[in-house]
Design a protein around this ligand. Structure first.
Ligand code: GTP
Ligand code: MG
Length: 307
């Protein structure tokens, strides 16, 4: 029997968590953009190594302060849930961060019983000696809270520096156990339609102005796998009428560009051609509305059962 365990990848928004997940899996499982709060839900990444065993990584939304209710509270809930019952946590810190910015993350991590690797990511951006290092401060603060800290270690998720060593150290502390996902080809727990919606959201984040992507949610309305090529119809929900035109763009140019870029990503992911149709619709104030959030799958457990 090989080794087996869950590892949560946590940290503030934009620290490079999803980049690191994709790096260790050598596949684009989680979407990555330069914008903070890209990841909205937990995404599993399954690493099966014939010789060593299986690690199930849990990519999480960035930890930040969120008001109760609404999409941001859901994101924090997802991050918190991911920390339960894991064998270790990879806690990513951006070199530009400061100790006070890490408060919310440290608070959440205080509940983790497993070892927490403090990882300075984007080490490729650090040049020259630094008198005080945020990762050392964070590691000290975490120890002071009773967290079982490993590190700090320097890595670059984008370049891969330090990642093999980190993996080696992580395998070493995992217990023996059976693989949770027996199919060695399986990379994630999510259905294809989730990844399609995410590729569309990735393009919305990349191609729309600052705040607008945060008002967008993607729903797959139809996915006909029998059609040739497979036919996918997706709806981009915005919160207000005025946002609709901004997503569509002049003469439909914006939505066309978003659609063709997303289609290329989907085709690369699935390894086949697809038809991708996009339409924009208003789901009023969805990011703050419990019923709308539920419909979109952004549902807090305490709201379940109130259907
Ligand atoms: N230079 C450099 N950039 C990186 C590195 N890792 C990630 N990035 C960049 O940092 C940005 C954010 O990366 P993500 O992987 O989306 O970050 P995240 O922590 O998943 O962000 P959220 O999902 O918003 O919480 C992207 O532009 C990445 O290309 C790194 O090691 N070096
Ligand atoms: Mg992410």
């Amino acid at each position: 029997m090989g080794k087996s365990g869950f590892i949560a990848i946590a940290g503030r928004p934009n620290a490079g968590k999803s980049t690191l997940l994709n790096r260790v899996l050598r596949a684009k499982v989680s979407i990555v953009t330069p914008k903070a709060q890209t990841t909205r839900e937990r995404v599993l990444g399954i690493l099966t190594d014939e010789a060593r065993g299986q690690i199930v990584f849990v990519d999480t939304p960035g930890i930040h302060r969120a008001r109760p209710g609404g999409i941001n509270a859901y994101m924090i809930h997802e991050a918190r849930q991911a920390l339960e019952d894991v064998s270790a946590v990879w806690y990513l810190v951006d070199p530009g961060s400061r100790l006070e910015h890490e408060e919310a993350a440290l608070n959440l991590l205080s509940a983790a019983r497993a070892p927490v690797f403090v990882l300075l990511n984007k080490a490729d951006l650090v040049c020259g000696p630094r008198p005080v290092t945020v990762e050392a401060q964070v590691a000290d603060a975490a120890r002071a809270r009773g967290i079982n800290v490993v590190g700090p270690r320097n890595i670059s998720a984008a370049r891969g520096t330090g990642v093999e060593d980190l993996l080696g150290e992580t395998w070493a502390l995992l217990p023996e156990g059976p693989a949770h996902y027996p199919d060695p080809e399986q990379l994630s727990d999510r259905p294809t339609r989730f990844f399609v919606a995410e590729k569309i959201r990735e393009q919305l984040l990349l191609q729309l102005g600052e705040e607008l992507p945060y008002s967008c949610a993607v729903e797959i309305a139809k996915f006909d796998e029998e059609a040739e090529p497979p036919r996918i119809e997706a709806v981009i929900h915005v919160e207000r009428d005025s946002q609709k035109g901004m997503v569509v763009g002049q003469g439909g140019r914006k939505i066309k560009a978003i659609g063709s870029a997303a289609r290329r990503e989907v085709e690369e992911f699935l390894g086949q051609h697809v038809f991708l149709g996009l339409r924009v619709s208003v789901l009023k104030d969805w990011s703050r509305d419990a019923a709308a959030l539920r419909r979109l799958g952004y549902e807090l457990p305490k709201e379940r059962g109130r259907r």
